[in-house]
Design a protein around this ligand. Structure first.
Ligand SMILES: [Zn+2]
Length: 82
């Protein structure tokens, strides 16, 4: 869950992990630790037609989630990161 300022170009104020509720470390509008941000708009054939879902997970909760996957996440080296 992300909160932004209404002023100063929509600067990031805080990020909370949706799973555990922990406040993640931010500094001057920058996230200073690992975080998974998920976002999806459900389409016509979904029961959530036209609804947008978004959430953030701290790295611990993300690792816990993916450890339950039957098929592991695909992993590759990123050329650039945010
Ligand atoms: Zn968490």
């Amino acid at each position: 869950m992300r909160k932004y300022t209404k002023i100063e170009d929509n600067q990031l104020l805080e990020v909370r992990c949706n799973q555990c509720g922990r406040l993640l470390q931010t500094e001057n509008g920058m996230l200073k630790e690992g975080c998974f941000h998920g976002e999806n708009v459900f389409g016509y054939f979904s029961t959530k037609d036209g609804t947008r879902h978004s959430f953030d997970l701290c790295e611990t909760c993300y690792d816990s989630l993916i450890s339950k996957f039957e098929i592991p996440v695909e992993e590759s080296e990123a050329n650039e990161y945010l």
